[in-house]
Design a protein around this ligand. Structure first.
Ligand code: PLP
Length: 476
């Protein structure tokens, strides 16, 4: 018979059929147990890829503050650097160098009195930065108390009840009493007087938020700093201020340059921001900066090898991806001050216009209008009792939009709101499409007899604006 001509050989089953890829998929895919055998990488890719189609569309996620769009060049750099571990400073000295340059740029942007004296580091996000900043406050306070021969047993941290959940975590994980200043009437964030009233000799610091996760408003950082200056005059307590500028740290410098919220205020010891929010990097990178070495106790710093020398580090993780830090440097280099200003101004323009249009629809009242963070919260008019903000959120979800609805914390638990976060990549046209859908769903909601949904069955995606956990130890 001789050799079969290649044309007449029987082809493997998958080859040439109409849809070979899906034909290769096994009857059941392992979900909770490691499969016994390997599978073809294309098949595995397709299975995972297809399952993820069930996720929401990130660009329509108006709940998150975190970047959902990046330039292709940034994405390319991130892919090129996916194998770089941030901790390997000796092996990747240029990545380490870019991190140092980013912190120097931020120190200048936030007006450190001497950018060379400021110390800082990248983190996985603002939450890790909050843990580090909180630890520095606690350790400083402990040193001062012990040096004065006083008890360092009962530290507390003062903040508005609107703080992001990371501060509640800090207090719980590191055994610090969380003292929350409640909301009051139309005041939805920390007040200077409220902060000062809760301080005592055991207060390790006060947290001011620029701007609030609940409604995008800036807390009055300068007033809070002044109140703490006055408190020092009257009591002798020298209480440092940390600014959680997770979002505002990359908005205010560009859009509100005359607002003193940063190291221009001598009371501000440290600041954090999320590079992956208005720093415009994909998740996850954050930054923590201290005004000077005195603000960051030396005994919290660890040392790693760097070019045969020594590099100080302050981090919770050991290994961590380097790609996001590189993308942050790319953004700084690519956009510069003016580029960032224009990106953030566009976000603010879209947010304020969208807020104004929503206010005109009738049923809604603005809590904020997007003129601080490009983020705003709306509530329903008080006379509307036949549908809820949770119904609006669910109705918009049917059209693909993720707009969270949630209840405010003490003393405004009566208030439920929707929040829209405008980010780079959500332009006027998408805002108009959202408005169209809102106009489309309202007539149906208005015919309801009673609300269908409340906070308990809202789906719960408030992105950190959750009501504080009353079970947490250390809560007051
Ligand atoms: C004010 C504030 N602080 C901290 C965080 C936590 O930031 P990250 O998600 O970067 O950990 C957020 C997140 O939304 C926030 O809004």
């Amino acid at each position: 018979m001789g050799l079969t001509h290649p044309r007449h050989r029987r082809r493997p089953q998958t080859e040439g059929s109409a849809n070979p890829l899906f034909g290769r998929e096994q009857r059941t895919v392992a979900r909770h147990e490691l499969p016994r055998r390997e599978m073809d990488p294309d098949t595995a890719y397709q299975i995972v890829h297809d399952e993820l189609m069930l996720d929401g569309n990130a660009r329509l996620n108006l709940a998150t503050f975190v970047s959902t769009w990046a330039e292709p060049q940034a994405e390319r750099l991130m892919a090129e650097c996916a194998d770089k571990n941030m901790i390997d400073k000796d092996e990747y000295p240029q990545t380490a160098e870019l991190e140092v340059r980013c912190t120097a740029m931020l120190a200048r942007l936030w007006h450190a009195p001497d950018a060379h004296q400021a110390v800082g580091c990248s983190t996985t996000g603002s939450s890790e930065a909050a843990m580090l900043a909180g630890l520095a406050l606690k350790r400083r306070w402990q040193h001062a108390r012990r040096a004065a021969g006083k008890s360092a047993e009962r530290p507390n941290l003062v903040m508005g009840v609107n703080v992001q959940v990371c501060w509640e975590k800090f207090a719980a994980y590191f055994e610090v009493e969380a003292r929350y200043v409640p909301m009051d009437g139309d005041r939805y964030h920390l007040s200077a007087q409220g902060a000062a009233e809760l301080c005592d000799e055991n207060t390790i610091g006060v947290i001011a938020v620029l701007g609030s996760t609940f409604d995008g408003s800036y807390e009055p950082v300068a007033d809070i700093a002044q109140a703490l200056d006055d408190l020092q005059q009257s009591s002798g307590w020298d209480i440092p201020l940390h600014v959680d500028a997770a979002s505002g740290g990359m908005i205010a410098p560009f859009l509100d340059p005359d607002l003193p919220w940063d190291f221009r205020l001598p009371r501000v010891a440290s600041i954090n921001t999320s590079g992956h929010k208005y720093g415009l990097v994909m998740p996850g990178v954050g930054w923590a900066l201290w005004r000077d070495a005195a603000a960051l106790p030396e005994d919290l710093i660890f040392h790693v090898d760097y070019l045969g020398g020594d590099m100080p580090t302050f981090a919770l993780n050991f290994s961590r991806p380097g790609a996001q830090v590189i993308a942050q440097y790319y953004n700084f280099l690519r956009l510069g001050f003016d580029g960032y200003r224009r990106v953030q101004q566009t976000c603010r323009d879209v947010a304020t216009r969208l807020a104004g249009e929503i206010a005109k629809l009738g049923p809604f009242e603005l809590i904020t209008d997007g003129s601080e963070l490009p983020v705003f919260a709306v509530r329903l008019r008080e006379d509307i009792d036949n549908f809820s903000v949770f119904d609006v959120s669910a109705a918009l979800r049917e059209h693909g939009w993720l707009v969270p609805a949630y209840t405010f914390p003490a003393n405004r638990t009566d208030l439920a709101a929707l929040r829209i976060v405008v980010r780079n990549g959500f332009g006027h046209d998408l805002a108009d499409l959202l408005l169209d859908d809102l106009r489309r769903v309202l007539p149906r909601l208005q015919t309801q007899q009673t609300p269908h949904r409340d906070a308990d069955n809202a789906g719960g995606f408030a992105h950190g604006a959750e009501t504080k956990n009353p079970q947490q130890p250390g809560r007051r």
